[in-house]
Design a protein around this ligand. Sequence first.
Ligand SMILES: [Fe+2]
Ligand SMILES: [Fe+2]
Length: 155
Amino acid sequence: MLSFEDKKLFIKEIKKIEKVEEVFEMKNYIQHGNTSTFDHCLLVSYFCFRIAKEKNMKVDYSSLIRGAFLHDFYLYDWHEKSITHRFHGFFHPAASLKNAKTYFKDINLIEENMILSHMWPLTFRKIPKCREAFLLCFVDKYLSLLETLRLNKNS
Ligand SMILES: [Fe+2]
Ligand SMILES: [Fe+2]
């Protein structure tokens, strides 16, 4: 369970991110099933933070929240048939990082590595190099699987 102080920190960091209105564009795109990219990113960020707090991990909590929230900030519908979307799995981390750097001027090296390596091992050269990136890599896959399974259950 998160303490009151932990919850306050999480909300404070999310509110800082939400000052950039482009992040709300993620609400226009579906990630998996019925889950918007915005909701997926918020959930991934929350679970990364919660696990790190519960396991008392030595991580940069602000970077963890921000890197996890921005990991899928690519702003397009990857379900649309198009040549550029065919390799979405390989290329969207770089697209997300590009947007993150455009709209947030102070993306740090932890956040950069988190965003770029979150699809590892698919993107085999983009390796998670810090605890924050490993945690995101795991939580993203786990929640993506749950979102996809829920899709199959409803269809
Ligand atoms: Fe992703
Ligand atoms: Fe994701």
